[in-house]
Design a protein around this ligand. Structure first.
Ligand code: SAH
Length: 325
């Protein structure tokens, strides 16, 4: 199965029967183990603000959702949580938020510097949305290691419909700027968006490969009850797995997470994905009160301490025959 993975071949593989796709899953696992052995990397995820100025139609945090109680963590509290995560064994923390102008680039830079001075070996990933190119350079200078910004969908029309205040071209240029700033670049997209076709997904895969992204999260769309897409069907778990497996073949060295959204949709599929190309998992370290309010999509709320969460996720990884790192 060493055929060239061009657009036509990707579309074909996204639409063949499960039986015909099986060799791709096996190949993705082989390529993944060649790179990472049986190791799965665990990342801490801190959701530090659910304020957002954007109106993305699928997202529960969008600014038109007046039902949502909003919160914002003080910079000191963010730094302290990162320190706690490092002391619980995490080697990477992902700081994620809506697009919240309260945190200027300066403030975000100060947070990164403070974390780095407290725990120099903790890698810091930011996921706070779109900025001008020089902001990503500044954040890199402050010590940020990585930046996550999914392109969401590569269909420009669908992108414009879902994001009334942005465009695919803008999103793509941000990803390029992140890469040029020397940050490890995280991209990704959703499966099952209204109007998405196998061709769109093939383009999504090629978009991630074209950056090329160092990490990429692919997750199923999950309808949020307080958005206009509340009645839209959720994305398919098995199609999500196919996309991750194909991404593993396109980018053998990339860090590919089992997305939280996949686990919400189908816990079994989330376990399976570590045998189909995924090598990363994120675990929330967000304080309980805030975790409840960070509802991008509906998910069961689980209360656990940072240390318990760490133990749980290690256990989860061992259960599927992999080694937590
Ligand atoms: N504001 C940041 C972080 C966005 S939230 C940014 O713009 O990058 C992180 C990711 O959650 C998004 O990139 C999107 O892919 C995913 N997401 C948002 N709403 C979702 C939904 N309803 N279903 C599935 N995934 C969703």
């Amino acid at each position: 199965m060493r055929t060239r993975l061009d657009r036509k071949e990707l579309v074909r593989l996204l639409t063949v029967s499960d039986a015909e796709f099986l060799p791709v899953l096996e190949e993705a696992d082989r390529v993944c183990q060649e790179q990472f052995g049986k190791q799965v990397y665990i990342r801490a995820l801190l959701e530090f603000s659910n304020h957002c100025k954007r109106a993305c139609k699928y997202c529960g945090l969008n600014c038109t959702n007046s039902k949502l109680a909003r919160f914002r963590m003080e910079p000191d509290a963010i730094v302290q949580t990162a320190v706690q995560a490092a002391d619980a064994g995490y080697r990477t923390i992902v700081l994620q938020s809506g697009e919240d102008a309260w945190y200027s680039v300066q403030i975000l830079g100060d947070i990164v510097k403070a974390i780095k001075s407290e725990r120099p070996h903790l890698a810091v990933t930011l996921s706070c949305g779109e900025f001008p190119a020089d902001a990503y350079q500044y954040l890199k200078q402050c010590g940020a290691d990585r930046y996550l910004l999914k392109h969401e969908t590569s269909d420009p029309k669908l992108y414009a419909y879902l994001h009334p205040d942005s465009s695919f071209a803008e999103r793509f240029s941000c990803l390029k700027a992140i890469k040029e700033a020397g940050l490890e670049t995280g991209g990704g997209f959703m499966i099952g968006l209204v109007g998405q076709t196998p061709e769109t997904i093939a383009d999504d895969l090629l978009t991630v490969a074209s950056i090329p992204c160092d990490m990429a999260g692919v997750g199923p769309f999950l309808p949020h009850p307080d958005t206009v897409l509340r009645d839209a069907p959720h994305g398919s778990a098995s199609l999500t797995i196919r996309a991750v497996a194909l991404l593993r073949l396109l980018l053998p060295k990339a860090n590919l997470p089992a997305t939280t959204a996949l686990g919400v949709l189908d816990a079994e599929q989330k376990d399976k994905i570590f045998r189909c190309g995924a090598n990363v998992i994120m675990q929330k370290v967000t304080p309980a009160d805030f975790k409840k309010m960070y509802q991008i999509y509906p998910a069961k709320f689980q209360d656990y301490s940072i240390e318990e969460g760490r133990r749980q996720v290690e256990e989860e990884i061992r259960r599927v025959g992999r080694i937590p790192v």
